[in-house]
Design a protein around this ligand. Sequence first.
Ligand code: ARG
Length: 378
Amino acid sequence: METLQQLSTTAHIWSEAEEFIRLFHLENPSAGDPRDRLAAVRREIEESGTYRHTHEELVHGARVAWRNSNRCIGRLYWNSLRVRDRRDLTGGDEIAAECFEHLREATNGGRIRPTITVFAPEAPDRPGPLIWNEQLVRYAGYGDHPSVTVGDPRNRELTEALREIGWAGGPGTPFDPLPLVVQGCDDKPRWFDLPADAVLEVPIGHPDGDDWADWGLRWHAVPAISNMCLEIGGIRYPAAPFNGWYMGTEIGARNLGDSDRYNLLPVVARRLGMDTSSDRSLWKDRALVELNRAVLHSFDRAGVTIADHHTESRRFLTHLQREECKGREVGADWSWIVPPISGSATPVFHRTYEDRRQTPAYVHLPGAQERARGIDLV
Ligand code: ARG
């Protein structure tokens, strides 16, 4: 006997599934008429409470989820996302190993390839796997008072959680890559050190003279989000790390510049001999520009893919045009799309967008971190 709860979950999965299967067949005419597939999916849901995507459905679903990411300016290439289908993996150690392989393949010697690896979905009888880290590569944040923090303050909680499950800590530099914490299906969280050959980093120097070399600034090459759940047609894949390439401002303006991150604007200004005694000298603005020049220059020098915000803004407008030609509406969140520096010098600033939610989608699972933390560790 099914409980009411199970019945309503089944109804929900079916309605989402139906919508997705129709979309898949609409956008992939070679897949033919959707009727047979719809009937098969319906039967599978009635019998098992869930269904399995075909490989083609998974690939298209992951790509459309990117297309539907209202906060992402980089969606022009949504249809070329590489999809690594690892749905048969449920254990922490095999998932960690495949995350490392993901990093190697996505890094591709510096020619970054947008890639996603999809692990086991949630099932009616067991939870899906979970990655605690918000990205595959994150730097430790040590210390509990802002003024004594070493590293990235954003990751202080994760660093602390890692210590609780037995990690001894890194060497204590401002850029210690954190181990990956993976919770397999029905398992407790385990941590795995990132192999050195899986993490490409770029030393940051300034184009006008290299007195920044001794400073030791660096950043990792690949932004790989690992704590968002991929939702396709009523199925949830809570462990599905994905990456694109960086846009320079993410590092130069936000990660290194934000006062609650590496807070480097005062240091940059001092290094470049700026007068920081009054806001009206615009030293922060000038420091931001120099830091962003340094990031773009350094990635170029290292042969690592990075976009500047002018180019990426133009690409986004091309994306809007292309989608419009296909008769599809693009949702977007202005406050995320407009770059954090020189916004009005880019074309994406001078218009508005509809922030409509569409599925498939990448979503933050409410309570995922809490669920992770709630686990009995001993
Ligand atoms: N802003 C995040 C970071 O600086 C990365 C978010 C995803 N970015 C991307 N270009 N795909 O690490």
